[in-house]
Design a protein around this ligand. Structure first.
Ligand code: DQA
Length: 151
């Protein structure tokens, strides 16, 4: 485990609109409420949270690259970029720690183009369809992966 107590949580495009956006897929919890839940869960593991949301692909790449060397692990929902961003996939692959990819909705039960998961190919674990709880499970998984204690 890296000598760091920080995890990086990254949200991609339009996830700032959580709470209002297509609530049948993404629920009614806002991003701020989600962040509070993330911080509470992270604190149970003794983690601090570096949280970034961006609609811009290059900023997401930069956030992943900046997490290298400073963060224990990354939880990322690349949103629409999940389906086609090689740049984000490459940044995830280059990160020197565990990466867990989260999707709030049941991506496999929606439009066929959402079955094409590019960035997930560089994730150590993948959670989809668990709603925003997926982020909280992702933090537990990250902790297990970082400590190498997974069963
Ligand atoms: C999403 C699923 C993506 O297909 C979509 O483009 C999103 C959100 C999810 O969390 O379920 O923006 O990543």
């Amino acid at each position: 485990m890296k000598p760091s107590d920080t995890i990086t949580v990254i949200n991609g495009p339009s996830l700032s609109q959580l709470g209002n956006r297509e609530t049948e897929h993404y629920g009614t919890t806002t991003q701020n409420e989600l962040l509070e839940m993330i911080e509470e869960k992270a604190s149970m593991h003794g983690f601090k949270v570096d949280f970034i949301q961006s609609d811009i692909e290059g900023e997401l790449v930069r956030a992943i690259n900046s997490a290298g060397g400073t963060s224990l692990g990354v939880v990322i929902n690349p949103a629409a970029y999940s389906h086609y961003s090689i740049a984000i996939m490459d940044a995830m692959a280059a990160f020197d720690g565990p990466v867990v990819e989260v999707h709030i909705s049941r991506v496999f039960s929606r439009e066929p183009f959402r079955n094409n998961l590019v960035t997930a190919q560089a994730a150590d674990a993948f959670i989809a369809g668990a709603g925003i709880r997926g982020y909280l499970h992702a933090i537990d998984i990250l902790q297990e992966l970082a400590e190498n204690t997974e069963v």
